[in-house]
Design a protein around this ligand. Structure first.
Ligand code: NDP
Length: 339
């Protein structure tokens, strides 16, 4: 059997749509989730592309997540939009709340969009980029499942708690950075386990609390915050803003709900996510020029690049060359078409 198969982006799109709908997702939700999956493949974020489709499917099959959920959008105050995801996945809830959040941010200079009761299996740059594309600065963060020990501890409490930031640019795609506030995304450890690679020191402890570079031992143990106590503090902020503020579950609460369903599904239950959106025109008109002067100074130095540039380069290439998918994963997804 071939090690990998080459798929066009259209192949990815149709396979993802077919499998998600066959397993209980509505067409409208499948269209949005498939866009996330396809964009992740196009941009080379394979840990959040087709690799996540079995997780979307398993969490619908167990009944923990509702693939047909219709998000409920509320005008929660002059600068606030609140979306109840109704136990559906995040991206459809974000798409539902986006128009009101953009309108508020543009008319008032700043707005926040809070999502609750959602499952989050996706890469956050997909979401942040949407707001950067319409000229807004976007800071977003999300809770996930409980995989990470607080600094100094050895029991899972925080999630991998991703954070993403988008900054609009004149005539160019936004600069977007996006990362787990754990020392690595969990998907990176899962991919290392699948491919038989070791992981760097400092990413995880094994189940006995000892440092490990073995991805299988790390998946049984706990992940660590990035940057020691500094990352630990950022994780506290992510939990408070994305779950405490919006009404979603803290990661340890989400984990208790996942465990109640047998603990085998991917993604959190009733998680939370926050978007803080700023229209930079409110402060002064020269912002976009100031952005470029900073970026030019950074890029003058050999060895530098802007966050997001790797993805944009992959995106340009994959549009014509397609993407590589491990053959075993491709077969696993094909086998899910029967529902
Ligand atoms: P990475 O460490 O791969 O990347 C972090 C960021 O740094 C990216 O924006 C990347 O840009 C940028 N970057 C990397 N190298 C450089 C460099 N040399 N110079 C400048 N910028 C650089 O991210 P993670 O592994 O932590 O996270 C991977 C994904 O997992 C994210 O998309 C995140 O949203 C997702 N995730 C989702 C969770 C969920 O619950 N849904 C939980 C945790 C993570 P570039 O992309 O261009 O390389």
């Amino acid at each position: 059997m071939a090690v990998s198969v080459t798929l066009s982006l259209e192949d990815v799109r149709s396979l993802s749509t077919e499998v998600l709908i066959a397993n209980g997702m509505s067409q409208a939700n499948a269209d949005v989730i498939t866009d996330v999956v396809t964009q992740a493949e196009a941009d080379g974020t394979h840990s959040h592309g087709l690799f996540r489709v079995p997780g979307y499917v398993s969490s619908m099959r167990s009944g923990r997540m509702d693939g047909k959920a219709i998000p409920e959008v509320s005008d929660a105050g002059p600068g606030l939009v609140s979306v109840d995801s109704k136990n559906g996945f995040s991206p459809p809830a974000i798409v539902a709340g986006k128009p009101m959040a953009i309108e508020k941010a543009k008319s008032q200079g700043i707005a926040a969009l809070g999502i609750r009761n959602n499952g989050n299996l996706n890469a956050l740059w997909w979401e942040a980029e949407h707001f950067g594309n319409v000229g807004l600065i976007c800071l977003t963060m999300s809770t996930s499942q409980s995989f990470v020990a607080p600094w100094g501890g050895d029991k899972a409490l925080f999630g991998t708690d991703p954070i993403a930031f988008a900054c609009p640019r004149e005539g160019k795609p936004p600069m977007v950075f996006d990362y787990a506030t754990s020392a690595s995304a969990r998907g990176e450890i899962q991919v290392a386990a699948r491919d038989g690679h070791s992981i760097p020191e400092g990413w995880a402890l094994d189940k006995d609390g000892n440092p490990t570079t073995d991805p299988a031992a790390a998946l049984e143990g706990v992940q660590l915050p990035f940057g020691g106590h500094k990352g630990n503090a950022i994780m506290i902020m992510v939990e408070l803003l994305s779950a405490g503020l919006t009404g979603g579950n803290f990661c340890f609460e989400a984990q208790e709900q996942v465990d109640a369903f047998g603990g085998h599904d991917a993604g959190p239950s009733n998680a939370g996510q926050i978007f803080i959106l700023i229209d930079p025109k409110g402060f002064h008109e020269t912002f976009l020029h100031r952005v470029e002067s900073l970026f030019e100074r950074i890029l003058e130095q050999d060895g530098t690049r802007l966050p997001g540039d790797r993805r944009y380069a992959n995106r340009a290439r994959s549009a014509t060359e397609g993407v590589e998918c491990p053959a075993a994963l491709h077969q696993q997804i094909l086998d899910m078409r029967a529902g």
